[in-house]
Design a binder for this molecule. Structure first.
Ligand SMILES: [Zn+2]
Length: 317
């Protein structure tokens, strides 16, 4: 699975606030939706090649408007072999388009840009960006030679608003016109990391920052220091530290030599770097344990790892 697809899968598993759902869906419909007229009323088709995004759009519509959209799947004949998913809204489309601030009432008039009503709250601003990324966003694999994240939009006014919204978070986004439409893009690695953090793609952010740190380490020690102090949130920093500890222990003695209770936690942490402590407690193969038990075992692992560092320092002395 590509890095972009992994991020999208993650995003569709987030439990967004009820106020944010509308902002997310508005971005998705605005970018991936086509409006048709049938018997004097509107019909909306929202198209995506990503199955998780399709499921997500379906559940947002159902959740917000209590209507059951139709889902159509097409096989692409040429180009890639991906399926194309179409979520079709035939009933209440006028009302939904108005409610999502895409069209003005029953008129033909499209509302330009991003309506301020949709993005009043900070969480909804993030949600709009999340929806836009789900709709047409992509990002280079962190291993690739250059950093690039982009979101394509058909309308110039919308891409400008999207760019402004991103720059409220100081992301240094820019807009360029291409054949496929207007492209809002970010070129700097640390800003791409921040974008992933803003839209809530935390496991992918962890992966992205890990690869980025490894890459930059080859370039210069100074830059490494900056990256490590980058504003990753606390949970991620803790998870990164735990993983380092576990890898250290694995190198020194091998995880198989740990007591079962610790080995199990170590292996589960490596397998689920994004899980928080409570989730880790649920994921243990031998059965659930409490958050504080997990915390206790991780601290034990840290003590063991520290002991190795201390041993090595004494040896070097
Ligand atoms: Zn919100």
């Amino acid at each position: 699975m590509s890095f972009t697809a992994t991020i999208k899968k993650e995003l569709t598993r987030l439990d967004s606030e009820s106020c944010c759902k509308k902002a997310e869906l508005s971005a998705l419909v605005r970018i991936n939706g086509t409006v048709h007229i049938r018997k004097k009323s509107f019909m909306i088709d929202i198209v995506t090649e990503n199955p998780s995004t399709a499921r997500y759009i379906f559940s947002l519509v159902k959740n917000l408007y209590q209507v059951q959209p139709e889902v159509l799947v097409r096989k692409k004949v040429r180009l890639k072999k991906n399926n194309v998913y179409m979520i079709r809204l035939a009933s209440n489309a006028n009302r939904i388009l108005e409610d999502l601030y895409i069209m003005k009432g029953n008129s033909w008039e499209r509302i330009e840009g991003i309506a301020p009503e949709l993005i009043k709250r900070p969480c909804c601003k993030r949600a709009y960006l999340r929806g836009a990324f789900l709709a047409s966003g992509s990002v280079n694999n962190p291993d690739s030679a250059s950093y690039h994240l982009e979101i394509v939009s058909t309308y110039h006014d919308h891409s400008q608003s999207l760019c402004q919204l991103m720059n409220r978070f100081y992301l240094h986004a820019k807009v360029i016109e291409r054949k496929k439409g207007f492209v809002v893009y970010i070129k700097e690695g640390d800003k791409i990391g921040e974008f992933l953090n803003i839209i809530g793609a935390h496991p992918s952010l962890l992966k992205f920052e890990n690869v980025r740190i490894m890459k930059d380490m080859r370039n210069s020690v100074n830059r490494l220091v900056n990256c490590e102090t980058a504003n990753l949130n606390k949970t991620i920093q803790a998870a990164m530290r735990q993983i380092k500890n576990i890898q250290r222990i694995d190198q020194e003695i091998g995880l198989e030599h740990l007591p079962d209770r610790l080995r199990e936690v170590a292996e589960t942490r490596l397998k689920y770097p994004e899980a928080n402590l409570a989730e880790l407690g649920q994921l243990l193969p031998s059965g659930k344990v409490s958050k504080s038990a997990i915390n206790h075992r991780l601290r034990k692992l840290e003590e063991i790892a520290k002991k190795f560092s201390a041993d090595n320092e004494t040896k070097e002395d």
